[in-house]
Design a protein around this ligand. Structure first.
Ligand code: PLP
Length: 452
């Protein structure tokens, strides 16, 4: 058993074993039982963790009076007067260090609006990393534009910036970096490429509230930044989103588009004047968000502390690789990802590793899969619109280009994720998580037999 476990790891494991005993009742442990603790739960041992983790989302009764006040007023939508939505926009802009913020009904509609305003139109191409939530693909497709995938860097899980330039064509309008899991993209090279080819940059910061790159926050590094406040996000209000930007006219155009095309701000004076839609946020949603700012800031620090601890510990485990961040950047860990190499676990498939980890009381997942093979793109490309807009050859080349996404494939096949609420737990919970992984590694040969 000690073969693969360092002395330090072994001592730590033994310590967590006795910690586990204390939460199991505090009785003096019989020796047989102590050995049981060392066995993976999937092989009949005691789980490393009791499986209780902070819940998400969280509600505070102290938020209720403000919400009730809005409900009772009957002034529910942003057009019924200055209220929480406008207050939220000013406060969120300040929080992330942007000149302006526009609240929207979701992260998806923030993206759709931003792409429209930055000039993405039918038949255009947008370059993005495929390693993202499907809404990023959908926002591009919604404009009848082609989502062209740059590769994913297996070390950072964000876009491989060296793979962007070769994908630029005459039709490329925009680069859409995604700060996936709250990991900042390496924005300097992206902005340099965009500048050289006169392309716009819209950041998908829908998982990156308060993430930092070179001293500035994600969502303020391109032309526009998009955020999501959906139920699962770090700043949740059920559904909601925001666009941040530093250019008044551009944000005013976003505001018009999201509000049925009504002119606002610098564009005022002509009534209805552009194409638009209704992507407005309501006051109740904004009030929910405003109440959670301090909480978000505090929890971001907690997640960072725990993530830093995990990364330092995991670094020492052969076959487990924490993610690398760009120089001078700070992640916010919407998910905590690690890369799993089965070679160091006697060939234990990732799926069984995940099962074993769950049995230890650690909820975990496998991140995104190769979504370009899922049918969504086939359906889009086979539609009348796409067939009219793109040549047969372009669409064929496009489909074949997915094969070159070797970095992304590797990431999809080897990533293990822990969700953000785990990072809100205590240091001792993180220690047990490390113990669980070490235990699985020590017994991986037996687990492989179980899987066979
Ligand atoms: C959540 C999310 C979106 C979409 O946001 P919604 O508010 O759910 O519409 C877009 N991109 C990424 C990366 C996301 O995580």
């Amino acid at each position: 058993m000690k073969k693969q476990v360092s002395r330090r790891g072994f001592v730590r494991m033994a310590a967590a074993g006795s910690a586990a005993l204390s939460w199991l009742g505090g009785r003096r442990a019989p020796l047989v039982f102590a050995a049981e603790v060392d066995k993976p739960a999937l092989l009949g041992g005691r789980p490393s963790h009791n499986g209780t983790w902070p819940r998400w989302p969280q509600w505070r009764e102290s938020w209720e009076p403000e919400i009730l006040k809005i409900l009772r007023s009957g002034r529910w939508y942003r057009g019924s007067g200055v209220g929480s939505v406008q207050e939220f926009e000013a406060a969120y802009a300040k929080l992330v260090g942007a000149k302006r913020c526009l609240a929207t009904s979701s992260g998806t509609t923030a993206l759709i609006t931003s792409l429209h305003v930055m000039g993405v139109d039918a038949g255009d191409e947008v370059i993005l990393s495929p390693y993202t939530f499907i809404a990023t693909y959908n926002a591009v497709l919604m404009h009848k534009a082609l989502p062209v995938f740059a590769d994913t860097d297996p070390e950072t899980l964000t876009v491989d910036t060296t793979s962007i330039e070769s994908r630029i064509t005459q039709r490329t309008r925009l680069i859409l970096p995604v700060h996936i899991y709250g990991l900042p993209c390496d924005m300097d090279p992206i902005n340099a490429i965009a500048g050289k080819h006169q392309l716009a940059v819209v950041e998908d910061a829908c998982q990156a509230w308060l993430a930092e790159y070179q001293g500035r926050m994600c969502g303020t590094l391109g032309d526009l930044g998009c955020f999501s406040f959906q139920n699962s996000k770090h700043l949740p209000c059920g559904e909601g989103g925001a666009i941040t930007g530093n250019n008044d006219e551009i944000v005013d155009r976003c505001s018009a588009f999201h509000n049925c095309g009504r002119a606002t701000g610098s564009l005022q004076g002509s009534g209805f004047f552009t194409r638009g839609s209704n992507f407005r946020m309501q006051h109740v949603q904004a009030a929910m968000l405003l109440q959670q700012f301090d909480k978000l800031v505090r929890e971001t620090e907690t997640r960072r502390e725990n993530a830093n601890y995990l990364s330092a510990e995991l670094e020492a485990i052969p076959g487990i690789t924490p993610v690398r961040l760009p120089r001078n950047s700070r992640a916010v860990w919407h998910l905590y990802p690690l890369r799993y190499d089965e070679k160091h676990f006697h060939g234990l498939p990732r799926s069984v590793f995940l099962r074993a980890l769950r049995a230890e009381g650690i909820p975990c997942g496998s991140g995104y899969h190769e979504q370009y093979n899922d049918g969504l793109l086939d359906e889009a490309l086979a539609s009348n619109g796409f067939e009219r807009l793109f040549s047969k050859k372009r669409l064929q080349d496009y489909r074949e280009s997915f094969r070159d996404l070797t970095g992304n494939r590797l990431v999809c096949e080897t990533t293990v994720t822990l969700s953000q609420n785990l990072l809100l737990a205590k240091r001792v919970d993180m220690e047990r998580l490390i113990v669980a992984i070490r235990k699985i590694q020590t017994h991986s040969e037996a687990l492989v037999k179980l899987a066979a």
